[in-house]
Design a protein around this ligand. Structure first.
Ligand code: ADP
Ligand code: MG
Length: 352
């Protein structure tokens, strides 16, 4: 989560045909006197908020409000802070229900709904397994098969009971982890605050979860690069967006190697192992940051065919998939807004 998944194009300089134009845009953006920016470390990642407004005080006030809200949410949703609502739910698994606030309630309800929609690919009760792999600790290791089997019995969001103000993990040993959804939820709240404060132009990156507020100040769309999962200094294409979130999940973001094999942090709840279905990354583009966050993780777990079927069946979002076979697959709604960065060994397809 500490690594930027998607880089705002203004940070990337590679041999691209439009390089001169991009450099010019970058310069204009950096020297724009209407820009106000803050960086915050929260939810285990770097958050970067940029807004543009003629009224500097208004912009600063809006950013300050966002900062407070982000820190508040971090205190509520963090699985590592002992006093958070999420920690309390985990500490009381199998014991008793915990009273939670609006944010936790809304988020847990959405997580449940998405578990059903994704047929189990997204499950926040995967936490005991993620923890056994060591992704929440310093020491990462491949767990014993038997241990994974045992812990998988504790994975089932249907055993998370939500009743009014109460949240209850009904079996001891269960726990939840909002790493695949909390940043998305937060990005929606930040977008809402900025809009309420009258900010019409902004770009927010919460550890790679990008949300574009309106357009750029000159009316142009925001440009967001989709990283090449095989090379962090490279990108496979550029999206032009306004009022949209762009969220990427990939096995290249958080991983460790053991005996020459790479193990990453997105776990397939069906078997307890890092999802290994031929995908290197999934980027989701849709108006809701929370949905984009969940779907990027879920479609990565599903693999190419199931992910594309899900898109065909459900709709309401667009996607960019990069496969192990070096295919860049873009759903048809992005035909106009995605510019493929042609590169050797890669192929590009618009999927219908
Ligand atoms: P990141 O947070 O690195 O941007 P994701 O949004 O894909 O990446 O979320 C991955 C995180 O979500 C993991 O670190 C873990 O905490 C949690 N997670 C892993 N597998 C799943 C899953 N199948 N369903 C829900 N959450 C998961
Ligand atoms: Mg996610």
């Amino acid at each position: 989560m500490g690594i930027l998944v998607l880089l705002c194009l203004f940070g990337i300089l590679t041999g691209c045909a439009d390089q001169a134009k991009l450099a010019k845009e970058q310069l204009a953006e950096e020297s724009n006197p209407d820009r106000q920016q803050i960086q915050i470390f929260a939810m285990d990642t770097i958050m970067d908020l940029k807004v543009y407004d003629k009224d500097g005080e208004k912009a600063k006030d809006a950013l300050l409000t966002c900062e407070k809200e982000i820190n508040r949410l971090d205190g509520v949703l963090s699985a590592t802070r002992e006093s958070s609502e999420v920690s309390k739910i985990n500490q009381n698994a199998g014991k008793e229900p915990v009273v939670v606030g609006e944010d936790t309630k809304e988020l847990l309800n959405f997580a449940k709904e998405m578990y059903r929609e994704t047929e189990g690919a997204f499950d926040i009760t995967i936490a005991p397994v993620v923890s056994e792999w060591g992704f929440t600790k310093e020491e990462k290791k491949v767990p014993a098969k038997e241990e994974i089997q045992k812990l998988l019995q504790k994975v089932d969001i249907e055993k998370l009971s939500l009743d009014g103000e109460n949240a209850f993990l009904t079996e001891e040993g269960m726990s939840i982890d909002l790493g695949g959804i909390a940043k998305g939820y937060t990005s929606d709240l930040v977008t809402k605050i900025l809009k309420e404060k009258g900010i019409a132009h902004g770009i927010v990156s919460l550890g790679g979860n990008i949300s574009a507020i309106g357009t750029r100040e000159d009316g142009g769309k925001w440009k967001v690069a989709v990283q090449n999962p095989l090379d962090e200094n490279d990108y496979v294409g550029v999206l032009e967006v306004s009022d949209l979130s762009v969220v990427t999940s990939g096995g290249y973001q958080r991983y460790f190697e053991q005996d020459g094999v790479r193990y990453h942090h997105i776990i397939d709840p069906k078997n307890g192992y890092p999802a290994n279905n031929g995908l290197l990354s999934v980027s989701i583009i849709c108006p809701q940051g929370q949905k984009a966050d969940v779907l990027s993780t879920a479609l990565f777990v599903m693999g190419k065919e199931k992910a594309l079927d899900y898109w065909r069946k459900r709709g309401g979002f667009e996607a960019v998939l990069v496969t192990e076979a070096k295919e860049v697959l873009v759903t048809s709604g992005l035909k106009e807004s995605f510019t493929y960065h042609e590169r050797e060994g890669f192929s590009f397809t618009v999927v219908q």
